[in-house]
Design a protein around this ligand. Structure first.
Ligand code: GLU
Length: 422
């Protein structure tokens, strides 16, 4: 099979291999398999921007569009020094599956800029973002490709993209991005949606394995950003005990439970978890191997690998991050058979579900109440969970394979119906 150097990246190759494994297992049409294993379009741009000291720097930006059979491309933008074409392509493919599983009329895309946003001033961040938007201007749009936040980006970054795009078009176009601030067309509930969705998926999984979600349930969460923070809050709210959380500075462990409000107050002052007094500081690696009932990796990809997969002590693994488990680790977990895995493309779909709600509200200029949004999110997440679970039972496969089967079936059926142009 033809080899592309751009995608010669471990993460992408694994996501691709996983797709091919499941595609073959379900006897996917050979032509569809060839088309879906690579993105439809990939754009790479150079972004010159001025630092506050007057010097110009040039960084690389990407937008990869994997598939738009079911609707406009959709997916986040990541600002991280390690962003590259392979990573973004892997994540774009995962977005196609994610949207399909929850039944959204959207395709899959992902983008990013290879830059560490943390040392940048607000003005520098704004300049990079606006220039990046200009470079990808003709690639995105409310009818064609709708970015959203991901690692290293936030509501403010989305606001600058929306403004730059709108300035170019001559009128306000809020539907070009999701995850915006509420006052410019963002949706209620979007900020907490990825974490909330993870917890909804855990509720569904717990019901299947007859695990009562009460104060005896110990939860460990790696990553305390958009996904991990909101998941911690919601797990505490439903009565479970969050015994460990982490960020890049430290992993906190307290067998008696860490309190969300107290952590938030500490973070508001100190920005990082390190130094928080009511917990022991352990490493991020140790956190993953903690004796717990629910483990939520909600930080970066490939943290569960062949060396620690055997050591996991959780009953439910709910993947809040994209791609936290390598294929080798997945194989080990499958063979172990004692962990209920809620795969990333199902577990963290809450973000894109409420992004979809935001986009619909923007297009209709009609906004919904938070209660309605959360209720619809619950319906879509639990329906998707049920669909994947039934596939797992029927095909006698694990949840990850079942999730991929569900998504691939949906996309491939639509592709076959539309046919190949010309
Ligand atoms: N970045 C999020 C994800 O990986 C959200 C994408 C979106 O809302 O479009 O699912």
């Amino acid at each position: 099979m033809q080899h592309h150097i751009e995608w010669d990246n471990t993460f992408f190759k694994e996501v691709q291999a996983n797709f091919e494994r499941v595609g073959r297992q379900m006897h996917l049409d050979e032509n569809i398999l060839l088309r879906l294993r690579v993105p439809e379009k990939a754009l790479m741009v150079s972004i010159p921007f001025r630092r506050d000291n007057g010097k110009v720097e040039v960084v690389t930006g990407y937008r990869v569009q994997h598939n738009d059979t079911l609707g406009p491309y959709k997916g986040g933008l990541r600002y991280n020094p390690h962003v590259n074409m392979g990573e973004v392509s892997a994540l774009a493919m995962m977005m196609t599956w994610k949207s399909a599983i929850v039944g959204l009329p959207l395709g899959g895309a992902k983008g990013g800029v290879a830059i560490d946003p943390h040392p940048l001033s607000r003005q520098e961040l704004q300049r990079v973002t606006r220039r990046f938007t200009i470079e990808i201007l003709n690639f995105i749009g409310p009818d064609s490709d709708i970015p959203a936040p991901d690692m290293g980006t936030n509501e403010q970054v989305m606001a600058w993209i929306m403004d730059t795009y709108s300035q170019q078009k001559g009128h306000a176009i809020p539907g070009v991005v999701t995850g915006k601030p509420i006052d410019i067309g963002g949706s209620l509930g979007r900020r907490e949606a990825p974490g909330r969705g993870v917890v909804y998926a855990i509720i569904s999984a717990a019901e299947k394995i007859k695990m009562k979600l009460d104060s005896k349930i110990r939860v460990a969460i790696q990553g305390y950003g958009q996904v991990g923070g909101a998941a911690a809050k919601k797990m505490e709210k439903i009565g479970c005990k969050v015994i460990a959380v982490s960020d890049h500075t430290c992993a906190l462990y307290n067998p008696n439970g860490l309190k969300f409000d107290s952590l938030s107050a500490y973070l508001a002052q100190n920005k990082v978890l390190k130094g928080y007094p009511e917990g022991e500081c352990i490493t991020n690696e140790e956190l993953l191997e903690i004796d717990c009932d629910v483990l939520i990796p909600a930080a970066i990809e490939r943290v569960i690998h062949k060396d620690n997969a055997k050591k996991l002590k959780c009953r439910i693994l709910a993947e809040g991050a994209n791609g936290p488990t390598t294929n080798e680790a997945d194989q080990i977990i499958r063979e172990r058979g004692d962990i209920f895995v809620i795969p990333d493309i199902l577990a963290n779909a809450g973000g894109v579900v409420v992004s979809y709600f935001e986009w619909v509200q923007d297009l209709q200029n009609l906004f919904w109440k938070e209660k309605e949004i959360n209720h619809r999110l619950w319906e879509m997440m639990s329906d998707a969970f049920e669909k994947v679970y039934l596939t797992a039972q029927k095909e006698k496969v694990d949840m990850r394979t079942a999730a991929l089967m569900t998504a691939i079936r949906k996309v491939s059926t639509a592709m076959l119906t539309r046919g190949l142009y010309p």
